[in-house]
Design a protein around this ligand. Sequence first.
Ligand code: C2E
Ligand code: CA
Ligand code: CA
Ligand code: CA
Length: 280
Amino acid sequence: AKRAGGGRHLRYTADLDAQATVRARAGADLRTALEGGQFHLVYQPIVELPEGRIVSVEALVRWTHPERGFVSPAEFVPIAEETGLIVELGEWILRQACAQAVTWFAEYGAAAPQRISVNVSARQLAEPGFAGLVVAVLSETGLRPEQLVVELTETAVFDGGQALRTVEALHRRGVRIALDDFGTGHSSLTLLQTVPVDVLKVDKSFVDKVTMAGRHAVIATALIQVSDGLGLQAVAEGVETAEQADELYRLGYRLAQGYHFGKPVPQPVFVPDAAYSARP
Ligand code: C2E
Ligand code: CA
Ligand code: CA
Ligand code: CA
């Protein structure tokens, strides 16, 4: 029995080695990508319901690999987190997004989005210098703290005391804090008792079936009530149809994001006093 166990253990180790090799190669690829300028950002509108006026945009990272072409962030962001490269990549994303937002204010004036949202991973938030980095980037680019929204997931905020202290420091400075994929974690409501939050991004899974009577609609209703009750802003994520937008509005949602209003694009065009141009 001992032998068989040993055999299994050996094979298991070999598998882990293979995985480690794949990860190491992916990590090296990501570093080359960052140094070689293979990343760029796209921006997706966050709109006010019901008219669809753009109030904000979310920056999302894209990687064009020289051989593989488009690689989804759902694939490479977790690898960047594991290898630690997300700290450098995330700094580049933050700087790029803030600088871009400032150029929009100059170019579009009142038609520019009021805010820019940037995704920040657990690993970045756990860095003791993160709040200082944000402050430095704001002063370099000239973006005001209230114009920046930092999107965090619950796992990020629970990553020990440092993460929470960083969130508190940013919030004191006036940076807005959003909880991403809200409602999908194990402790979404618990977090609201301790973490200074401004925005709840209600996960797409609740939005998908909001037009059908059933559990998802009930939860979507409960979440907007929690948000309103706490004086927070709620953004419905992943809105794909006019029916969903109408139903969300009826439930009390005033902010939404999704393909129905606009896909993420590298160079959005903002039209004064008009709904997002992609809207039919
Ligand atoms: P997320 O932060 O929840 O971002 C929303 C995702 O939903 C984006 O996918 C967006 O393109 C997609 N989406 C928006 N509207 C719709 C819709 O109506 N229908 C559908 N099916 N999808 C919609 P994306 O850009 O592929 O990003 C996936 C995830 O990768 C993000 O989820 C986020 O967790 C991570 N990510 C993306 N960019 C960054 C970044 O700059 N930094 C970090 N740390 N993570 C990022
Ligand atoms: Ca997000
Ligand atoms: Ca989300
Ligand atoms: Ca997500």
